[in-house]
Design a protein around this ligand. Sequence first.
Ligand SMILES: C[S@@+](CC[C@H](N)C(=O)[O-])C[C@H]1O[C@@H](n2cnc3c(N)ncnc32)[C@H](O)[C@@H]1O
Length: 431
Amino acid sequence: MSNFLTVDEVAQTLKVTRQTVAKYIQRKELNAVKINKSYRVSYSEFENFLSSNSVVSEPEAIYFKKSRNCFLDYQGKSEEKEILTSRHLGTIKPIELNHKDDFNKFIFGDNFFVLKNLLSDLRGKIDLIYIDPPYGTGQDFSNLDNDHAYSDKLLHGDFLEFLRRRLFLLRELLSENGSIYLHIDKKIGHYVKIIMDEVFGYNNFINDITRIKCNPKNFARNAYGNYSDIILFYAKERDKNIWNEVKEELTKEEENIFFPKIHPKYGRYTTNPLHAPGETIDGDTGKEWNGLMPPKGRHWRYSREELTRLDMQGLIEWSETGNPRKMIFAKEHKGKKVQDVWEFKDKGLSYVDYPTQKNHEMLRRIISNSSNEDSVVLDCFAGSGSTLFVANELKRKWIGIDNSTQSLSVVKSNFKKEKIKCNFFEYISLD
Ligand SMILES: C[S@@+](CC[C@H](N)C(=O)[O-])C[C@H]1O[C@@H](n2cnc3c(N)ncnc32)[C@H](O)[C@@H]1O
């Protein structure tokens, strides 16, 4: 048997699903034998398959393996290798230095060249990337005074390739515990998901978060109101990603529902049974406490000593029929697990300094959950600098990049106002 591989082993080696291997076998591209009702592939057959099958040895195989045997094709799509190895002559020069550390900096310039430049020092060192790129809308974006902020003129395949080229570089910068959140709208987001699978591997996909971005819309079109966008969340290596399990506070209504009773001293509470399923034959939790045995088929949740302590502290509520229950207080509740629909509305243009400026509370959730205090957080479409601002508040190190002069001037003036120490640089191309 040791001269054979199982279907699972073949799938693992090829980094494809079992179903794909089954298809290779069905189509007789891969010869297998049936042993004890299961297919097995001999080593020599597998080697033949590897050397003769273009799906495995051609560059496209990377896409096949990473993206469920399908990938997005469009004109002008370049090879991953070409993107990663192309050389550009350029340098990053200081514009304004306000501290002596390596991080906490904003680099003015096209992020493709800046990211390439950063790779020499920071490959594998960035724990968290949040990006909110243009969305391929064909529009120009200006602030309330009509000062031009940035153009979003690349469309369709051109836009996807613009993004894809940068995503490869971002992947290289991510640490093995790192993760990336990509903010995008629903018109192009599903194409971007396929590109993300191709670059990061669909196995590293974690969540597609629906973000409620504004109040409900009441327009006259024959359509449902679109008041959400999406955030695609991927790990560099699934399950190795930093995860701090930040919980969400209960709303007042939820608190009233889950904790319906009010204690004069400790506030809202509910009660839970003191016993759990399963009988203890000999142990302490199966014995009589306070004149009571646990109900049939159940045992006390706590030792009898602990039950007495809880009772003495007034943390057990006795019903009129003499049934004891443990009091659980709302103020001790650790919060609820965050789900994949988030409501973090952005402020309207009249309340922000930069168009498309994102909600700081949303960024606080992302940065708190997916980075630690010593982590480096990167936003290479920094805009108003919201990611950098929140990263700074949360004591992370940060790097921002943007090629808009308005972004540079908004970050400069806001950070000065907020006394955030930031070094400013500029990318100068020497090509
Ligand atoms: C949607 S906005 C980001 C807004 C930002 N998240 C915020 O909260 O303010 C996209 C940003 O990407 C920048 N951008 C577009 N193409 C870029 C490029 N090639 N290099 C660097 N920045 C770029 C634009 O100047 C713009 O500021």
